[in-house]
Design a protein around this ligand. Sequence first.
Ligand code: NAG
Ligand code: NAG
Ligand code: NAG
Ligand code: NAG
Length: 327
Amino acid sequence: MKSPILALLALSVLAVLTNGTGTFSNPLRTRNGSDPFIVFVDGYYYLMTTTWTDVQLTRAPTLDGLKTGETRTLYTMANPNPNGGNDVWAPELHRVNGTWYVYFSEGRKSWVLTGGPEPWGTYDNKIQVHQEWGIDSTLVEIPSRGTYYVWSCMSAWNGEDLQSLCIAPLVNGTSIGPWSVLSRPTEPWERIGVPVNEGPAGLNHAGRTWVAYSASFCKTPDYSVAALRWDGVGDPLEAGSWTKSGGPLFQSARGEYGTAHNGFFTSPDGTEIWNVYHATQNANGSCGADRQTFAQKVGWKADGSPDLGVPAVAGEVLQAPSGEKAV
Ligand SMILES: *[C@@H]1O[C@H](CO)[C@@H](O)[C@H](O)[C@H]1NC(C)=O
Ligand SMILES: *[C@@H]1O[C@H](CO)[C@@H](O)[C@H](O)[C@H]1NC(C)=O
Ligand SMILES: *[C@@H]1O[C@H](CO)[C@@H](O)[C@H](O)[C@H]1NC(C)=O
Ligand SMILES: *[C@@H]1O[C@H](CO)[C@@H](O)[C@H](O)[C@H]1NC(C)=O
């Protein structure tokens, strides 16, 4: 084979073939795929997305298996509006000191359900984490500092009430310490449609921490992923300790729009970090249940920062996360 590109292609085809079932295709969820979150633990991927009236947990041993994975409903809202407008949003599953918790928003407030030592368990005792307006809560682990609770909050700036990001130390699974504003949508690319910072997701690599977040309004094609970076210096509770990316790191392309509200998860063998996000084929963007769940591997730039690449396309077959074993 004379062409190095052809040789490379042949090698990657071989890699796929010798890996047996180690492939998957996007999307992982064709409806109700908004605001996805995945964690891999003890042989299973666990997936949560926004389903509007309830909180569901799906699990499977392979990424592709999540399409038909076993699903549990962990919580159902008391009085769903049959005409829509229900806002149980963005559930996430996190382990705090050995106990699993589900964080989610309802009524633009932040709630937590307490589980047990196994993720595939029951969750109850719904507690409001704080009294402020708040959606899209996540936990960000900073190895040298501890666990932080980060969410989309309202904050004042230049006479505007802006959907921003706030941060607080996590005191225990259900309560937080004093909070502060981490980021406001002050840049033009964060203000398209409506000024928005939301959907935070923590990422650690080579001694640095990123909080990826979604910028601009979901019902525009400009809804995209940007990030704040912490270089290990200064108090993570202070906005000045973080550097905002100069623009989106991941955005609409290849016929997939509004590619954002992401999460990060680790491959089964712990060697790779993956990005799970939603996308719509509606060129105007979407804030609705038509958004689909996509996953793809995170690459790394020479300077050690994440390379989120370009969005995957529906139907495209990709190599599965490293160490995945079908059962
Ligand atoms: C989304 O999930 C909810 C709750 O289970 C369900 O009622 C609704 O029909 C689903 N919507 C779509 C578009 O599948
Ligand atoms: C976890 O446990 C350690 C040791 O008991 C404690 O110092 C820490 O505050 C706990 N963290 C949370 C978030 O509960
Ligand atoms: C978590 O901390 C809050 C506030 O200090 C306290 O009221 C609550 O009992 C604690 N929960 C647990 C499970 O320790
Ligand atoms: C996108 O928005 C334009 C302008 O409002 C509208 O004419 C068009 O039908 C929309 N397209 C879709 C796919 O909703």
